[in-house]
Design a protein around this ligand. Structure first.
Ligand code: ATP
Ligand code: FE
Length: 332
């Protein structure tokens, strides 16, 4: 099947075309408007999606060299995400499908982050474990089949992406902080400072504690030396990043051991983090894991992954109707 997919759950407007399971185009427009506010402003995101969506879809079709009359279905992200942002993609997809007289497919954004692994080789073998780490979620997912997934552990408070972003903000780094913190960390000493590792039962996480400890740490050090942050920025970033990764890997390792699974993947925006990617490779060596790390373009939000999920759903006959509405807290 040839499917057009749309992603608009947060601050990226994206469209992709997939044919026979092969992604032919994946256009992503990031919204610069949020930079001056240091975070995503939901209402501004919705308006930017409205401006971007038609040009982005046109470009996705053009790059794929696909005419809209060749499409077999239109897919969109139903959730989780920001209601107003999701509404733009959902409404557009409904109209487009209605106009062309083709079926509509609703996709779960978090499942799609994981299914991004089936876009390119090497593809994980089922069943596998996926550590999904993004701006709003931190989950360990047991993937039994393409569309049969079970969350076996998750964060009880903040997402790890939030911990990256909020720490970066405290350090005065520009939004979005995660990627910037990653860059600074690469130049610093990860053992320079100690931060507590959150400890939750089973395969669950907590990331609000480290945020508070960084806040107090900075407050105390800056009192002694007003230039503390500027002088130590790389070391602080490296130390915080190391702590966050350690917290993630501890639970991932435990789950892999308990379930006896060696096919291990990471997904979501934070899987772009160079420290995490490197640590995954180390664990692959140490524990004989086969690790799967998505290409950068498929880590953060993109419609390519929505298209991949839609492909599997199409094959299963999993369609939705014109009465569907976005679901900001959609679960799977
Ligand atoms: P969700 O998928 O949970 O709905 P989202 O779609 O907003 O949330 P993604 O786009 O998947 O999240 O990921 C964005 C997050 O990834 C942000 O928190 C961002 O800081 C983080 N991130 C991106 N690149 C890096 C990096 N190199 N190092 C650390 N964090 C990163
Ligand atoms: Fe996402």
């Amino acid at each position: 099947p040839t499917i057009l997919a749309i992603e608009s759950s947060c601050d990226d407007t994206s469209a992709a075309v997939i044919r026979g399971g092969k992604v032919l185009s994946n256009i992503v427009t990031t919204q610069a408007v949020h930079e001056q506010y240091g975070g995503v402003v939901p209402e501004l995101a919705s308006r930017a999606h409205q401006q971007n969506i038609i040009p982005v879809v046109h470009q996705a079709l053009r790059v794929a060299n696909v005419n809209k009359s060749e499409l077999n279905a239109v897919a969109f992200t139903r959730g989780p995400g920001l209601l107003g942002a999701l509404l733009v993609g959902c409404s557009f997809a409904k109209s487009f499908a209605l106009g062309l007289g083709i079926p509509l497919i609703e996709v779960n954004h978090m499942q799609a982050h994981i299914l991004a692994h089936f876009i390119d080789e090497p593809k994980p073998q089922l069943p596998f474990l996926c550590l999904t780490v993004s701006g709003g979620h931190t989950q360990i997912v047991l993937v039994k089949d393409y569309l049969d997934m079970q969350i076996i552990g998750q964060t009880t408070d903040d997402a790890v992406g939030e911990a990256f972003d909020k720490t970066a903000k405290m350090l005065g780094l520009p939004y979005p902080g995660g990627p910037m913190l990653d860059k600074k960390a690469a130049m610093g000493n990860p053992d320079a400072f100690e931060f507590p590792v959150g400890n939750m039962p089973e395969y669950n996480f907590s990331f609000s504690g480290i945020k508070t400890s960084v806040l107090y740490f900075l407050r105390d050090r800056v009192k002694e030396n007003p230039n503390f942050v500027e002088e130590n920025i790389n070391d602080i970033c490296a130390s915080v990043q190391k702590t966050l990764i350690k917290t993630l890997m501890k639970k991932l390792k435990l789950a892999a051991k308990d379930l006896g699974i060696k096919e291990i993947a990471i997904a979501g925006g934070v899987s772009a983090n160079s420290g995490l990617r490197h640590t995954m490779q180390e664990y692959a060596q140490k524990y004989n894991w086969n690790v799967y790390i998505p290409a950068f373009q498929y880590c953060t939000d993109n419609a390519g992954m929505i298209a991949m999920a839609a492909h599997f759903q199409y094959l299963k006959g999993d369609f939705t109707d014109q009465y569907v509405s976005p679901e900001p807290r959609l679960k799977f």
